[in-house]
Design a protein around this ligand. Structure first.
Ligand code: ZN
Length: 486
């Protein structure tokens, strides 16, 4: 019997607003415990919530980016439960009139196949605080700084069919939330959290079996591990003709398995009722249109454009579009480059190579984002121009890159200061080659015997003797000529 998994995701993303959803407390991460709280987010009696306009704007952007229908008259509900990190004993959420619904996100599968993953609904709610259980077991502490931070909850339809599809979906969604600046998506700070609903059925069936929900998945890696494990667990049960029950499970990081948390709760367990302290929200056509106009180009659209317009390959486009900052940097370079090299398709390839290659390597090695370095689009274009004009060679350019990134010095200035202008004068290079050949009879003999690395050794020696400034093509050419007649 062949089985297939049916997977849906619930995604919680903290919205990147400066203040909380219903009060003006800061949302900044990392402050000392309970320093960003007020009577409203602490749930003291008699206070009234006021909706943060920026959070609503972020919601409209999210809804548009996910092709949802926005509910024109939306409202809030109370979700009642008791927990120490929830001082009001209810969470203000949306149950009956979610902010938006019936959308989709198109993902690009391997081999260029596209698939639309349905979005059931998205709604706006407030985050809870954080319980911290001391390791010695002597106390549990509560930090309410996170209480009231706006969250968007995105609920997909059960359209995903494999862990691979889940991974692509998560990547695509995160890119959109980052590009639109709706959320900073920092998983290590809890800004992006996942829950997965999984069931397994016989391939070809269309019914939805009881689903198992896995809570609190805090990294992409854990989401995938938990889903893979759950598919395996349920498949084994089905093979043994056991019944899979609807329940909520947790990921056990130590044992690398999912374990039972509780049998699945239903909506009525939360005794939802309309939030009496907040009036309904009316969202006008003008407001939506205004936001639509100001929205940045979405990452998937931008990627298509980069690939067709700049003939960028898949690898470069993935790196350059991995964040908005790098993609903006690339396009800034291009604009400048157009003045230097009219008809810029070769130049765009150079810029892409430099960003995806040496620049990214440096950033990875130093674990730093582009914005923390001193390089500007002007400097990178200048550096590439120096190479393309033959004033310095590729190696010299790579060698001075760290100085540009770290000190923000203009490439021309560095080249001038250090006297790095490439030697293209054949006579001068020829003399250097003769000198090296004279000093390395043994290597020449090796070369004649067919040792291929003897040649690269000689090239290296010539480059060294010219302090890396010789034009490598000329060195190669002259060495070959001279070795032939020796
Ligand atoms: Zn507050």
């Amino acid at each position: 019997m062949e089985y297939e998994p049916v997977i849906g995701l619930e995604i919680h993303a903290e919205l990147a607003t400066k203040t909380k959803l219903f009060c003006s407390c800061s949302t900044k991460f990392g402050a000392s415990p309970n320093s960003q709280v007020c009577p409203i987010c602490m749930g003291l009696p008699g206070v009234l919530p006021v909706v943060n306009e920026k959070a609503v704007e972020h919601m409209i952007i999210t809804a548009l980016a996910l092709n949802c229908t926005i509910t024109r008259q939306t409202k809030f509900d109370r979700k009642n439960y008791y927990y120490p990190d929830l001082p009001k004993n209810y969470q203000i959420s949306q149950q009956y009139f979610p902010f938006a619904k019936d959308g989709f996100l198109e993902i690009k599968l391997l081999g260029d196949e596209k698939k639309k993953i349905g979005i059931g609904n998205i709604h706006l709610e407030e985050d809870a605080g954080k319980n911290i259980h001391l390791e010695n077991g002597k106390a549990s502490l509560v930090d309410l700084n996170r209480t009231g931070i706006p969250l968007v909850e995105i609920v997909t339809k059960p359209d995903l069919r494999s862990p691979e599809e889940v991974e692509i979906f998560m990547d695509t969604l995160r890119d959109i939330l980052l590009y639109t600046e709706v959320s900073d998506c920092k998983m290590e700070e809890g800004s992006l959290r996942f829950e997965a609903n999984i069931s397994v059925r016989e391939k070809g069936q269309t019914h939805l079996p009881p689903r198992v929900e896995i809570k609190n998945l805090n990294s992409f890696k854990i989401v995938l591990l938990a889903i893979k494990h759950e598919i395996e667990r349920q498949t084994k049960m089905l093979e043994k003709k056991e019944k899979v029950l609807q329940e909520t499970r947790l990921w056990d990081e130590e044992k690398q398995i999912t374990r039972l948390m509780r049998s699945k709760e239903e909506a009525h367990d939360y005794r939802y009722f309309p939030e009496p302290d907040l009036p309904p929200l009316f969202i006008s056509e003008e407001e939506i249109e205004k936001i639509k106009k100001e929205m940045p180009e979405l990452p998937n659209v931008r990627k298509e454009r980069f690939i067709t317009k700049y003939r960028m390959n898949e690898y470069d486009s993935r790196i350059i579009l991995s964040d908005k900052e790098t993609a903006d940097f690339f396009e800034e370079c291009l604009k400048l480059g157009e003045n230097v090299y009219p008809g810029t398709s070769i130049f765009s390839k150079d810029i892409a190579n430099w960003i995806a290659g040496p620049v990214t390597r440096y950033l990875n090695e130093h674990n730093t984002p582009l914005s923390k370095t001193q390089i500007t689009p002007q400097y990178l274009v200048e550096l590439i121009s120096l190479v393309n004009k033959g004033l310095i060679n590729q190696n010299t350019a790579k060698n001075i890159l760290p100085e540009i990134l770290e000190k923000g010095k203009a490439p021309q200035e560095i080249v001038k200061e250090k006297g790095l202008i490439q030697v293209t004068d054949e006579e001068e290079i020829s003399q250097a080659v003769d000198k090296i050949l004279k000093e390395n009879q043994q290597v020449i003999d090796d070369f004649k015997k067919g040792k291929t690395n003897a040649f690269s050794f000689l090239v290296g020696q010539v480059m060294k003797s010219t302090k890396g400034k010789a034009n490598p093509q000329t060195v190669n050419k002259l060495l070959k000529q001279k070795l032939e007649i020796l």
